[in-house]
Design a protein around this ligand. Structure first.
Ligand code: DOR
Ligand code: ZN
Length: 350
């Protein structure tokens, strides 16, 4: 007997474990897009200047809370931007006082606003050791910046050159490899049984490098780490739908105005907050794994971060293709919404 296809799915309210909200007018425009569907989000600290100290994270959290739409029950979870000057005591205080959930490691120059990131990983060892003691996770942008390494290889090389040494030198440090894009990273996480997890973005489950480069260059698909070849996308989908608790959603929704994307040297970042859950339902449905969507978006990440899952629900309903705005207006100019390239039949019930 074949069961009837699922057309309605009620799950615990999702969390986004990797999100860029920016500040000011951009924050006010993009925050409602996430707050509408998500219970919590881990907010990235790569502002200008970056969110380095507990005091800065607390002030940024206050600005986010102040920008929330009336009545929204959304909780921002904050990260601290790791620099070579970061004070281990300040990090421990931020964690103890519930101001910061995690620390973010950007290799210096790896991506947008990563100039103050880490060059010499031994310099941050005292911070990492303190974090291991107190059980505070490190979120890692896993790409080397060595110009001699091909951009499509930078994640795989990072695993050998940086991640493995950190894990060896600071045992017990809990690490999240953010926005993994390769089969290499998926295999590394799968083969490592302790203190290591990975987030996967919505867009990396949907696009490969052809989408960016074949038949014309598409700046709105450019992000970092850049999407890789199809076999890697397939490995990411397999990891996401597997139910394996070490893989969970971090959208890396990263708004840039169209003016800043459509330049001779455009910014990296894909804005997917608006239609992320419809996109993900489509991916899991196509894989025949709708029943595993909740683990990926609502359960695995909360478990890793030691938080209860949301007690609120979110319902997805399948029907005629849903319309979503191709752009959202912000005080800084329009921001283009991620276009998955196929119709989205799953809508979030209001
Ligand atoms: O594409 C990206 N955009 N990757 C990052 O790591 C940073 C992000 C941003 O802040 O725009
Ligand atoms: Zn990011």
């Amino acid at each position: 007997m074949t069961s009837a296809p699922i057309t309605r799915l009620s799950i615990s309210r999702p969390d986004d474990w990797h999100l860029h909200l920016r500040d000011g007018a951009m924050l006010r425009a993009v925050l409602p897009e996430t707050a509408r569907h998500f219970a919590r989000a881990l907010v990235m600290p790569n502002l200008v200047p970056p969110v380095v100290t507990a005091a800065q994270a607390g002030a940024y959290r206050d600005r986010i809370l102040a920008a929330l739409p009336e009545g929204a029950a959304f909780q921002p979870l904050m990260t601290l931007y790791l620099t070579e000057e970061t004070d281990p005591a300040d990090v421990a205080r931020a964690h103890a006082q519930g101001i910061a959930t995690a620390v973010k490691l950007y290799p210096a120059g790896a991506t947008t606003n990563a100039a103050s990131g880490v060059r010499d990983f031994d310099k941050v060892r005292p911070v990492l050791e303190r974090m291991a003691e107190i059980g505070m996770p490190l979120c890692v942008h896993g790409e080397v910046t060595d110009p001699a390494v091909d951009i499509f290889d930078r994640e795989a090389v990072f695993i050998d050159r940086v991640l493995k040494p950190i894990r060896r030198k600071v045992p017990g440090l809990r690490i999240v490899m953010e926005h993994v894009t390769t089969e290499d990273a998926v295999d590394f996480v799968r083969d490592t049984h302790k203190d290591l997890a990975a987030t996967i973005t919505t867009h990396h489950l949907i696009i490969n490098r052809n989408h960016i480069l074949a038949g014309g260059i598409r700046p709105h698909f450019y992000c970092l780490p850049v999407a890789k070849r199809e076999k890697h996308r397939i490995a990411l989908v397999q990891a996401a739908v597997s139910g394996d608790p070490r893989f969970f959603l971090g959208t890396d929704s990263a708004p840039h105005t169209d003016a800043n994307k459509l330049l001779p040297c455009g910014c990296a970042g894909i804005f997917s907050a608006t239609n992320t859950l419809s996109c993900l339902a489509e991916v899991f449905d196509a894989a025949g794994r709708l029943k595993d969507l909740e683990a990926f978006v609502s359960i695995n990440g909360a478990k890793f971060y030691g938080l209860p899952r949301s007690d609120r629900k979110l319902t997805l309903v399948k029907g005629a293709p849903v319309a979503y705005p191709p752009q959202i207006e912000t005080g800084d100019g329009p921001v283009t919404t991620f276009d998955p390239g196929f119709p989205l039949h799953w809508r979030v019930e209001a």
